[in-house]
Design a protein around this ligand. Structure first.
Ligand code: FES
Length: 87
């Protein structure tokens, strides 16, 4: 199936995790709250929280426990944060 990772169109197999698709296409996951990069995740079983990726719509996904879907648009770097401004 076709999907996009960091703006580049690519293909993945049905049943691939998002992490598998990302690591087969790019060097690693982007910057995170941990400030470490590039990263490849740590536990690969949903426990360590070191594999967050984001959809183009801003939804955060745990890459090692999320499966690819046709047309996914994944960002490996954390989007710039926007905080509400209090008046
Ligand atoms: S690699 Fe640990 S939660 Fe995904």
């Amino acid at each position: 199936m076709r999907l996009t990772i960091d703006g580049a169109e690519t293909v993945a197999l049905a049943g691939d995790t998002v992490l598998t698709a990302v690591l087969s296409q790019v060097r690693g996951l982007g910057p995170s709250d941990f400030g470490l990069r590039p990263r490849a995740g740590s536990c690969l079983m949903g426990a360590c929280q070191d594999c967050w990726v984001w959809t183009a719509a801003g939804e955060r996904l745990r890459a090692c426990t999320s499966y690819v879907a046709p047309g996914m648009d994944i960002r490996t770097g954390q989007p710039e944060r926007t905080w509400p401004i209090r008046a």
